[in-house]
Design a protein around this ligand. Sequence first.
Ligand SMILES: *Cc1c(COP(=O)(O)O)cnc(C)c1O
Length: 400
Amino acid sequence: MVEYNTRTGTRFGLHGGQYVPETLMNEINRLEKAYEFYKNDPEFNAELDALNRDYSGRPSLLYYAEKMTRDLGGAKIYFKREDLNHTGSHKINNVLGQCLLAKKMGKTRVIAETGAGQHGVATATAAALMGLECEIFMGKEDTIRQALNVYRMELLGATVHPVTSGTMVLKDAVNETMREWTNRCADTHYVLGTVMGPHPFPMMVRDFQAVISREARAQILEKEGKLPALVTACVGGGSNSMGMFYHFIPDAGVKLVGCEAGGKGIETEKHAASINRGEVGIFHGMKSYFCQDENGQIAPVYSISAGLDYPGIGPEHAFLYDSGRAQYVAITDEEAVCAFEYLARTEGIICAIESAHAVAYVQKVAGSMSPDEIIICCLSGRGDKDVAAIARYRGGDLHE
Ligand SMILES: *Cc1c(COP(=O)(O)O)cnc(C)c1O
């Protein structure tokens, strides 16, 4: 396969870069150097492969959804089953890589931001496994909405700090974790949860998530003897989609589509569609597309899915969009909930509400494609965590 490198220096096209306080630059440079070394170190890669295989359960299945294919009457539909990983989503791929790197760098403590708590739980899991001290920063609003995940992190031995600045949600948690890292980096690594932030994070997280497309590309060639016509995934910060896209980028015939959170509709103010509705800006250490108000302030975002509720998108996606290599569509709450229910009834799979955004896109397009075309859709996580919210959305009450 051709190596297709979208990156020059710290940037992807215009996007990316390292917009961080001077006091953090030394640590960012140390991290970049360490990663450049370990990513080519056979021992590091062998250890990471072993963790992915023996702890996480990789390779994940590439599952042929025969019933859904028949029902929609068009392209052949496959799901990449990241929902079957240990801890129930693709997030484990990234945290195992970063925690292993932190250990190699001699760090004894990891910190991380979390929104709904999925990344916090994954980080606490990897920290427990590897004997690292772990502290998680979470918007106070989110600690109330996601009390169960706070308790999970504590069970795993982590300390959770409720963040009371700003609107007390994910973007404030990122600010606070950056601040903590700036204050204390000698023994501490910041395990960023998605393909965002200053270089090298977008590249490093993408590399750890690229295991998804490395496997999927080989699996589809083995099963079908040809490449898919369409590869799709949901986009919050963009890590499962970047991982799902990466090894297909050089394959010009493979269409790449990211599904953003359209919330209550992108014509309203209640969405998190950074590409469809955002503008170029600089925030959280990077240049990329962000949802902003008319003064360039970061706008409040909304989605039924907590994992997609971030006002920006990783810089490599911004570049894939600018260059026309990938397209980004917005999927509303209603479409995602219908897809969540449809997949459960049709295939017996309860997927994460985030992943359901990509499933909804498959529902829209599969029927107009030909039966000799293939779709691969990433199921980024399982949906147990969302069942109560879906019931509420439908007007039910589970007496939680
Ligand atoms: C966190 C999360 C997402 C969104 O994050 P990305 O970085 O865009 O992948 C999507 N799906 C699930 C299940 C998640 O937990």
